[in-house]
Design a protein around this ligand. Structure first.
Ligand code: AMP
Ligand code: MG
Length: 335
C-alpha cells in the first residue's frame, strides 16, 4: 500500500488527509469564517491557515493512526487559488518533505475535485460538471488532459450564491443557507435574467437583478428564483454537452454539487439522455485534503514531483494546462 498525505489550502479551508489505494484514512478540516456580510479576506484566511496548520496535521495523522514517517508522498494544492492561502499549504508541505526526505507532489485543485469524485462514485468515463466557489466548467477527458467544453463567462455559481448571500448579510459560504430558504413550500418564481451562450453561462446580470428584486419581493421567493434560474442555465448547457459527447455518465463535483435541487434538475436530463448521474457525496463536495491526497497518490506513482526547493504555487492554473498521465485515454466521441 502507498500512503499519501494531502494538504489543501486554496481558499477558506485548511485541510489534511491521509489516503492509501483502498481508503480515505483521515480528512480533517479547519474552515476560515469571515465576519457576517463579508467575503474571504486572503490575508486573514492565510493567518487562520498558518495558526491551524499544526493541529489539523496532527489530527489527520492521529486519526489515520500513522506517523509522518510512514507517508510515501506529500501532496499539496499548488493552485489555482488565493496566493497567501496557497503559500501556507506549500510551505507546510515543503517543510515536511525536506525534513523527512519525502517526495513532494504539486496538485491542481480542480483535478483534485474530479479525482476524488471519480474515486468515490466509481464513475468510469464521465462528462464532468465542476461547480464550486472557484470553478464552473464542463469537462471531457481526452489525450491526457481534462478539456473544457463549457464554462462561465464571468462569475461561478458559488460566487453568485455567496455574493447574493452577503447582500442579505450572511457570512460566506452561503449556498446551503440559500438552499434552505429556497426550499420553502410557498415560494413563487420571479423572472430573472437567463444567459446561456452555447455551452457557456453568465451570472453577473442574474446577480444584479436578484439583489434588486429583494426590494420588492420576499427573501424566500428571490432565493428560490435565483436557484431555479442559475441551475436551469447549468442544466441546459450540461444537456447540450451530454447530447454532443454521447457520454453515458455525468459526474457532478465541487461545493455546489451539495445542492439537492441542482441534482434533481440534472437527474431529469440524465434520464432523457440515457446517462447515469453521479454526484460526489456531500461530505466531500467542498474543498478538502482528501481531494489532494487522492490525486497526489496516482500522480506520485506516475512520477510527478518537484524538489522542495522548487515548490511552486500558481494563483491561476487552468485545468486544461495540467497533464494527467495516470488516467486512461477516454473513449472518443462516436459517430
Ligand atoms: P468549494 O469552493 O468547492 O469549497 O465550494 C464552496 C462553494 O460551494 C461556496 O460557494 C458555497 O456557497 C457552495 N455551496 C456549499 N453548499 C452548497 C449548497 N448546499 N448549495 C449550493 N451551493 C453550496
Ligand atoms: Mg474547490
Amino acid at each position: 500500500m502507498t500512503l499519501c498525505l494531502g494538504i489543501e489550502s486554496t481558499a477558506h479551508t485548511f485541510s489534511c488527509s491521509v489516503v492509501d489505494e483502498r481508503s480515505i484514512l483521515s480528512d480533517v478540516r479547519s474552515i476560515y469564517k469571515p465576519p457576517e456580510g463579508s467575503g474571504i479576506h486572503p490575508r486573514e484566511a492565510s493567518r487562520h491557515h498558518a495558526e491551524e496548520s499544526s493541529n489539523v496535521l496532527r489530527e489527520a495523522l492521529d486519526t489515520a493512526k500513522v506517523s509522518i514517517r510512514d507517508a510515501d508522498a506529500i501532496a499539496y494544492s499548488a493552485g489555482p487559488g488565493l496566493g497567501p492561502c496557497l503559500r501556507v499549504g506549500a510551505v507546510v508541505a515543503r517543510c515536511i518533505a525536506s525534513y523527512h526526505a519525502k517526495p513532494l507532489v504539486p496538485v491542481n485543485h480542480a483535478v483534485g475535485h474530479i479525482e476524488l469524485g471519480i474515486r468515490l462514485t466509481n464513475a468510469r468515463d464521465p462528462l464532468v460538471l465542476l461547480v464550486s466557489g472557484g470553478h464552473c466548467m464542463l469537462l471531457l477527458f481526452s489525450n491526457r488532459r481534462w478539456r473544457v467544453i463549457g464554462e462561465t463567462l464571468d462569475i461561478t455559481p458559488g460566487q453568485l450564491l455567496d455574493q447574493f448571500g452577503r447582500a442579505l448579510g450572511f457570512a460566506s459560504p452561503c449556498g446551503a443557507r440559500i438552499e434552505e430558504l429556497a426550499a420553502k413550500k410557498s415560494s413563487k418564481y420571479i423572472r430573472l435574467p437567463y444567459t446561456v451562450k452555447g455551452n457557456d453561462v453568465s451570472y453577473s446580470g442574474l446577480l444584479t437583478a436578484a439583489k434588486k428584486a429583494l426590494s420588492s419581493n420576499s427573501v424566500e421567493d428571490v432565493c428560490y428564483s435565483l436557484q431555479e434560474t442559475a441551475f436551469a442555465m447549468l442544466t441546459e448547457a450540461t444537456e447540450r454537452a451530454l447530447a454532443f459527447s454521447r457520454k453515458d455518465e455525468l459526474l457532478v463535483v465541487g461545493g455546489v454539487a451539495a445542492n439537492k435541487r441542482l441534482a434533481n434538475m440534472l437527474n431529469t436530463i440524465c434520464d432523457r439522455q440515457g446517462a447515469r448521474l453521479h454526484v460526489v457525496p456531500i461530505r466531500y463536495a467542498g474543498d478538502c485534503g482528501a481531494q489532494i491526497a487522492c490525486t497526489g497518490l496516482p500522480a506520485y506513482k506516475a512520477g510527478i514531483m518537484v524538489e522542495p526547493s522548487r515548490a511552486f504555487v500558481r494563483q491561476s492554473w487552468r485545468i486544461d494546462a495540467t497533464d494527467i498521465p495516470w488516467r486512461e485515454q477516454s473513449i472518443e466521441v462516436s459517430s
